[in-house]
Structures are given as structure tokens and as C-alpha cells.
Design a protein around this ligand. Structure first.
Ligand SMILES: [Zn+2]
Length: 432
């Protein structure tokens, strides 16, 4: 007989139930004090939405992630269905026509499309400085090293500062097949996206971390620019610039704060949105850490090796910390489809035709439930023709279907404004 893989189930607290009830009412657009009764969400969906299993199951994958193979909805074959949203949709259809409801999205849009990019690399080429950092990273990750390799590491600060002093002679990497492709699609459809940038060096080294820093030079849209200039220009153009926190920021507040402050110092921007690099994110620790660091919206909730609905929803919501039994002031926007999940050899490894069919299925079920198609495409992956074709197809299809295209920041601001209206509606007329 199969053993139950779960450790002891954690009971759903009264505070968690109240949070679920208020979240459902917010998705339905019902003011908090509206007397319209709403049925209680089924227990299985409550636990899926709260991510209870991520507190109950200790197992993690080799990168410390709760991966889809551990998830109840994946085991039931339901990861590709927004089960929570489908239940909410059915409840909405039963509400009396007299119920006063706020529309889910602005300007009459039926659903949202959120474009986001984890900028693991700005270009597909390495500069000499980046190659030097790469060699250091590879050597640090080795269990044993030769004397010559040890010498390289001890000599690294000197060699690095020498090369950095002559940075002007380093070849500026072209961004025409990476960053510029992401921007071009957004410009074509008039959408602003989210760009999440890492910083270098991290406070704690990891073999998974990114390798460029703010002073690195690129040829971007025909001009020589530093990474810093690119970030600042993106923000000036209305894009959302957030932190792509390195591998060791997910579990340690001081590491996360180091990177957030470094990015803020480098750009002069206030950083309030994030997605964790490698989707290294632990429900038990990372959301609380984000709140403590002054992050107001996160979009890490998805899987590296599959697409779909990790919490049964694609909609924004305030994250509930099951361990602390409290609501966080952190808007979570689940990520439903990532390039790597579809194409990578450690994930679904699809061809283009099948990837489009899968994307269409995910998008159509999101549209049917008034959700948000939150996509992650890495700029450097857009050099691959299939990845670029899937990206452009997803954006074009969503826009044809009437999406509101927005960044994580724009969605967060819309959602906070909507929550405030729902809380303050009182007896007054609910205005869209
Ligand atoms: Zn990343």
C-alpha cells in the first residue's frame, strides 16, 4: 500500500480561512461589507491556494525548490488547470444579478497579460571581464583545485581590478538578439514589461549566479551603454525595473538586502518588485523576507520544470504566511509559463508546435477565468528562434483576445487600488 507522502497536515487556521474568504470576495469584486453570501471554498482548494503542502512536505529538489513532482495538483494531473479560479468563476455565475461588483481588470479588459524578463544576461556574448568572473565562479564550485587554480583565485582581485581599469577597451557585447528582441515585441504591442536585474558580486557566492555588473558595457540599440544606463533608460520608458535576487538571497534577509541596496545605489531607483533567480523561493521563508526588505510585489510562484498553476490561480493576491499565521503586505502574481520550463532538457523539452499548443491551453483557461497570463522569457533565450517565436506568438494571441498588457508593477498598483476600493466601499456606490 502506498504510504501517505505528507507529513502531519497543518490545520487551516481561522485567520487563513478569513484570508481565503476575503481573497475570493476580492476576485469576485464584492466589497468587503457587501451582504451577498459567498460559499466557502472546498478544503482541497483552500490548501492548494494557501500552499499548505509547502509547509508540510520537507523534500526539495537539488536547487532547494519545491518542484511540481511534490505537488498534489500535479499528482492529480491538474497542474495545468486553474482549479481555484474555475471554482471562483462558477461561484460568480451564481451570484444574484443585483450584486454590486467591481470589474476584475481596467478599461473593460477580460484578462491581463503580464510580460516579465529575468535578465540573467543582457547579451548572448561574454565580455573579457565576465569570462574572468565565470572562471572564478567555476573554480569556486569545484571540490578540489590545482595549485594553479588556487593561485588564480588568490590573484583574482588584482587581475580583476587591472582589467576593470581598462574596461573601456573591453568589447561591448551586442544586445540585438537578446534585450532588444524583448523590447521590440513590447514596443510593437504598446506594453511595458518587468525587467528583473541581478547584481554582482553577491554577498555569498553561488555557481548559479549571474555574471555582469552595472559598469559592464553593451551595444544597446546602436549605442554604447553600461548595464546601469540600460536599467535607468528602461525605467524612464515606463518599464518596471526590479531585483532578480541571486541564489543565496532566497533564505537570508541580509543577502537579499545587500543586493536590493546595491541595485538601488547603482541606479538611483526604488526597487519594490522581484523575482528570485532560479526560482529559488521557499514559501516558508522567502515571502516574509521580501516583505521585511520592502518588496511589495513578487512573481516567483511557478515551477522551473513545468508550466501551470502552482496555487491553482493565475490572479494577484496578498500572500498568506501559514507558518506565522498572518497575511503579508506582499502582492503575489503567480507565473504561469516560462521559456525554460517549455524548452529545457531538464523540463518539458517540447518542440515549437507543441509548446504553442500548451501555451494556448494555459492562456485559454486563464482567459476563461478572468486571470492573468504572467509570462517569463529570459532576454538571452530570445536568440533561439523557437523561444522567440513562442514569445511573440503568446503576446500576439493574448492581445488579439483582448488582454490588458502590463508589468508586474502596473498589476500590483491596479490590484492595491482595487483592494482599497473594495475595503472602503461601505454603503457608497462601487465605482470602477
Ligand atoms: Zn534567473
Amino acid at each position: 500500500m502506498l504510504q501517505d507522502v505528507h507529513e502531519e497536515p497543518i490545520p487551516v487556521s481561522a485567520a487563513a480561512r478569513r484570508h481565503v474568504e476575503l481573497t475570493v470576495r476580492s476576485w469576485l469584486g464584492l466589497p468587503e461589507d457587501d451582504p451577498t453570501p459567498v460559499p466557502a471554498m472546498p478544503e482541497r482548494l483552500v490548501r492548494l491556494f494557501l500552499r499548505s503542502e509547502e509547509w508540510e512536505i520537507a523534500s526539495r529538489d537539488q536547487w532547494g525548490n519545491f518542484e511540481h513532482g511534490l505537488a498534489d495538483n500535479a499528482l492529480r494531473g491538474a497542474l495545468w488547470e486553474p482549479e481555484v479560479d474555475q471554482w471562483v468563476e462558477a461561484v460568480g455565475r451564481q451570484l444574484p444579478s443585483t450584486a454590486r461588483r467591481l470589474p476584475m481588470w481596467p478599461h473593460g479588459h477580460r484578462f491581463a497579460l503580464c510580460l516579465s524578463h529575468d535578465v540573467d544576461a543582457i547579451s548572448t556574448q561574454y565580455s573579457r571581464l565576465q569570462l574572468l568572473r565565470l572562471k572564478r565562479r567555476e573554480l569556486l564550485a569545484r571540490a578540489t583545485r590545482s595549485k594553479e587554480e588556487e593561485r588564480f583565485l588568490s590573484d583574482f582581485p588584482r587581475a580583476y581590478s587591472l582589467l576593470a581599469a581598462g574596461r573601456g577597451n573591453d568589447v561591448a557585447s551586442a544586445t540585438s538578439e537578446s534585450m532588444e528582441r524583448a523590447i521590440a515585441v513590447e514596443d510593437e504591442f504598446g506594453i511595458r514589461g518587468s525587467y528583473f536585474f541581478p547584481v554582482w558580486p553577491p554577498r555569498e557566492d553561488s555557481p548559479y549566479d549571474c555574471l555582469y555588473e552595472a559598469d559592464d558595457r553593451y551595444t544597446y540599440r546602436g549605442r554604447q551603454m553600461t548595464a546601469r544606463d540600460i536599467m535607468i533608460e528602461l525605467a524612464q520608458q515606463g518599464h518596471d525595473v526590479g531585483l532578480h535576487g541571486g541564489y543565496h538571497t532566497a533564505l537570508k534577509l541580509e543577502n537579499f538586502l545587500h543586493e536590493k541596496h546595491l541595485l538601488e545605489d547603482e541606479t538611483g531607483l526604488s526597487i519594490t518588485t522581484t523575482r528570485q533567480h532560479w526560482l529559488h523561493w521557499d514559501a516558508r521563508i522567502t515571502p516574509r523576507l521580501h516583505q521585511q526588505a520592502g518588496i511589495t510585489a513578487d512573481s516567483t510562484l511557478g515551477y522551473n520544470r513545468n508550466v501551470g498553476f502552482r496555487a491553482g490561480t493565475s490572479k494577484p493576491y496578498r500572500f498568506f504566511d501559514v507558518g506565522q499565521d498572518c497575511v503579508l503586505d506582499l502582492i503575489e502574481l503567480p507565473m504561469v509559463l516560462m521559456d525554460g520550463s517549455v524548452f529545457s532538457t531538464v523540463a518539458l523539452e517540447m518542440d515549437l508546435a507543441r509548446s504553442k499548443r500548451l501555451a494556448k491551453r494555459i492562456i485559454d483557461s486563464t482567459i476563461a477565468t478572468e486571470g492573468c497570463v504572467s509570462l517569463l522569457f529570459h532576454p538571452e533565450n530570445l536568440a533561439d528562434p523557437d523561444t522567440f517565436a513562442l514569445y511573440r506568438w503568446c503576446v500576439a494571441y493574448c492581445m488579439e483576445q483582448g488582454a490588458w498588457g502590463a508589468s508586474v508593477k502596473q498589476i500590483e498598483l491596479w490590484w492595491r487600488e482595487r483592494l482599497a476600493k473594495l475595503a472602503a466601499a461601505g454603503d457608497t456606490e462601487v465605482a470602477a
